[in-house]
Ligand binder design. Structure first.
Ligand SMILES: C[S@@+](CC[C@H](N)C(=O)[O-])C[C@H]1O[C@@H](n2cnc3c(N)ncnc32)[C@H](O)[C@@H]1O
Length: 279
């Protein structure tokens, strides 16, 4: 592994957070599956594709398939998630794919080595997003395409009310999550447009999108899962078990209206961001 500048992220994604994503690979993919096609639309036959913050690698594998004779390269900080990504590629027989454990902000990508760079919720965590996207731009060919989804304000999707139900039982969070490197750092499209312009991208477009994901087989299962999710665990960690139980019950209650015969489905809100490397 090369130079890491996002040490805090490196610890999180190789600690509790990354282990949770690796252990619940199928669940996270079921939650986010509705965003895949929006991103894969940018991939053409023969493309060399970069997947930034690829995690367990579902999008990387799909992009590799979509590229046909092309190739997909996933980069991520998380050893447990990359282990899942490599094992899944082998299981599915996808062999035009490679994964590397490295920091996308500073990794020495081959200059102009990719036709397209994608990311499904893997680009919000850079301490210096302009430096990170300038590094990605140098990895793209002239005219190369960028397409990613990043979190929108959760209140614009069904998660807003679900989180609201838990918040009533928790101390207020230390931050609102919008600072550089935090999950909502790209929730404001003006911030995204500024970062990408400063990093040298052109034709930046931010479009609000919603996709339905499956969070669990029933409300209790979805609540158990969400109570174990990193940001909620972080807040629950030092609290009394009774508080944890109240949070879990509140989450289950909030999930119940979304329960159906095929499980719990929520509308998730994101920005689809597209841009281009100058010719
Ligand atoms: C929310 S997860 C999304 C994972 C995957 N793209 C998916 O949709 O399932 C964010 C991912 O970004 C990765 N990540 C965060 N900062 C990174 C960095 N500086 N370089 C490479 N990967 C990073 C994390 O390790 C994590 O796997």
């Amino acid at each position: 592994m090369g130079t890491i500048v996002n040490e805090h992220q490196e610890q999180a994604w190789n600690g509790y957070e990354g282990r949770h994503w690796a252990a619940h690979q199928a669940r996270y993919d079921a939650i986010n599956i509705g965003f895949n096609e929006l991103l894969l639309a940018a991939v053409r036959p023969g493309d060399r594709v970069l997947d930034i913050g690829c995690g367990n690698g579902q999008l990387t594998r799909l992009a590799a398939r979509r590229s046909g004779t092309g190739h997909a390269f996933g980069i991520d900080l998380s050893a447990p998630m990359l282990e899942r990504a490599r094992a899944s590629a082998a299981d599915e027989g996808v062999d035009n794919v490679d994964f590397v454990r490295a920091d996308a902000q500073v990794h020495p990508f081959p200059a102009a080595g990719f036709h397209v760079a994608l990311s499904r919720f893997g680009v919000m965590f850079f301490a210096d997003p302009v430096a990170a996207f300038a590094n990605v731009r140098r990895a793209l060919r002239p005219g190369g395409r960028l397409a990613f989804v990043c979190l929108d304000d959760v209140r614009r999707g069904d998660l807003g009310a679900v989180f609201g139900s838990a918040a009533a039982h928790l101390p207020p969070p230390a931050t609102d999550g919008t600072a550089a490197g935090e999950p909502l750092s790209f929730a404001d499209p003006d911030v995204v447009r500024g970062v990408l312009a400063d990093a040298g991208f052109v034709d930046v477009a931010c479009a609000p999108r919603q996709a339905v994901g499956r969070w669990g087989r029933d409300a209790a299962d979805a609540a158990d899962f969400l109570a174990g999710w990193g940001p909620i665990q972080h807040q629950l960690g030092p609290l009394e078990p009774a508080v944890t139980e109240r949070v879990r019950a509140a989450l289950a209650e909030a999930m119940r209206p979304h329960e159906g015969p095929d499980g719990v489905h929520l509308r998730n809100a994101a920005w689809l961001v597209t841009a281009r490397c100058p010719d």
